[in-house]
Design a protein around this ligand. Structure first.
Ligand SMILES: Cc1cc2nc3c(=O)[nH]c(=O)nc-3n(C[C@H](O)[C@H](O)[C@H](O)COP(=O)(O)OP(=O)(O)OC[C@H]3O[C@@H](n4cnc5c(N)ncnc54)[C@H](O)[C@@H]3O)c2cc1C
Length: 385
């Protein structure tokens, strides 16, 4: 160890052992730095608050997922999008797919990768305080001193609060039931439901996961209470009963949480500290997917911090943060969806060419539109309820 660094218990301390924090830790540890990951839960795989669906782009772009065990994922290739009246349109893009995941298993696998790379994972350690000291931060008795601090601690980041960095202000509230050992009649589809009354600002979903069915919804939190989400879920169970009936089943687990949807927070970095993942607001305001960006920018943050700590480049507070996506168009789309969403438009126009074009863009990203490959494969009438 360099004598100047001996007074620091770590080169970098990362708060939060989830997608962003574990990716960042792996990149730093691979470059020989002393990394500590502090996680308040006793196990990174417990009490997750995400459906855990990976888009194909994550597999293509995030080398960290190379070799992910087949037992932890399940491939879903098509999307069935339901209008509020339950008419639906089927969409696919050859070569494109989603992966549902055994998310607790995936999280433990990612944590093992970070530890194997040399990171130190400290579970049951919650971050509370940080004080600037020359060349780094003092984090209190449990965590000691670090040369760099990363807040990867989710939508309501404590690191952002303590360091007075920007904080997420706009959220969707998500709630999901998992029914283990259950098989859908149509397991090859990601079933998505539009309904302004039940899920204003977002959608509901039903998908065949690795161990059973995951059924959830998210809705705008503006002016709403947590209990509204539960009530909406009860009504969703009734609504989708003609597609798959879960009313008599008790969920084996419930995942719930907030999804930031207002774009990047500001500021999201300061000398020797930065935010990544949900803490930074790195979530698509349209799809509400954040795993892709958490992994991708978590890795990039790790590499940039390593270059800085090795003296090969400046503090990444500006350069790295400039590389984060701004979501300008997506923020505009979110505004439009929040203010203009009307059920009758989807009831009437779900199968129309502009609506299908928009759905393809959202579900299959640029690849499908570039290849002109995504196409609707059928429009079906409302099932008899
Ligand atoms: C219901 C729901 C469903 C979703 N489904 C999907 C999906 O299918 N696909 C997708 O791409 N995105 C999905 N998202 C969004 C996605 O889950 C997040 O964008 C992603 O988890 C962000 O990862 P992260 O590492 O930034 O933060 P998080 O996953 O939020 O992890 C933060 C970590 O920090 C820890 N932590 C927090 N505070 C402290 C502290 N003070 N000290 C120590 N540790 C702390 C937490 O325990 C947690 O482990 C969903 C979100 C919700 C709510």
């Amino acid at each position: 160890m360099h004598p100047v660094n001996a007074q620091y218990s770590s080169d970098c301390t990362i708060i939060g052992a989830s997608f962003a924090g574990l990716a960042c830790a792996s990149a730093l540890a691979q470059q020989g730095l002393r990394v500590v990951i502090a996680e308040k839960k006793s196990d990174p795989g417990e009490k997750l608050h995400t459906t855990g669906i990976l888009v194909k782009d994550v597999i293509d772009e995030v080398p960290l997922l190379d070799g992910v065990p087949a037992a932890l994922v399940r491939r879903v290739e098509r999307v069935r999008l339901y209008a509020p009246n339950l008419r639906h349109v089927d969409l696919e893009a050859p070569g494109y797919y989603f992966l549902t995941t055994d998310t607790p298993g995936l999280m433990r696998w990612l944590a093992d990768r970070a530890v194997q790379a040399g990171a130190q994972l400290r579970c049951g350690v919650g971050f509370r305080e940080a004080r600037e000291v020359p060349g780094g931060f003092e984090l209190g008795a449990a965590l000691g001193r670090t040369r760099f601090l990363v807040g990867a601690d989710g939508p309501r980041s404590n690191v952002a609060r303590v360091l007075r960095l920007g904080r997420n202000r706009q959220f969707l509230a998500g709630l999901e039931h998992e029914y283990q050992g259950v098989m859908l009649g149509e397991p090859g589809f990601l079933h998505c439901f539009i309904d302004r009354e039940l899920m204003p600002g977002y959608i509901g979903w039903m998908v065949q996961g690795v161990h059973g069915v995951q059924l959830g919804l998210a809705r705008s939190l503006r002016g709403a209470r947590g209990s509204d989400v539960k009530a909406a879920m009860a009504r969703m169970l009734v609504k989708v009963a003609g597609v798959a009936d879960f009313r008599a089943l008790r969920p084996d687990s419930i995942r719930a949480g907030l999804i930031p949807c207002g774009g990047l927070v500001h500021p999201l970095a300061m000398p020797r500290a930065l935010l990544v993942g949900d803490a930074a607001g790195l979530v698509s305001p349209v799809t509400a997917g954040g795993i892709h960006t958490a992994l991708l920018h978590g890795l990039a943050a790790g590499h940039a911090i390593a270059a800085f700590l090795h003296g090969r480049s400046g503090d990444p507070q500006r350069s790295l943060v400039r590389s984060y996506p701004r979501f300008r168009l997506k923020r505009l789309l979110r505004f439009a969806f929040d203010h203009l969403q009307r059920d009758w438009i989807f009831d009437l126009a779900l199968a129309s060419a502009p609506m299908r074009w928009a759905a393809r863009r959202i579900y299959f990203h640029k690849r499908a539109s570039r290849a002109q490959a995504a196409r609707p494969v059928g429009v079906v009438k409302r099932p008899d309820l």
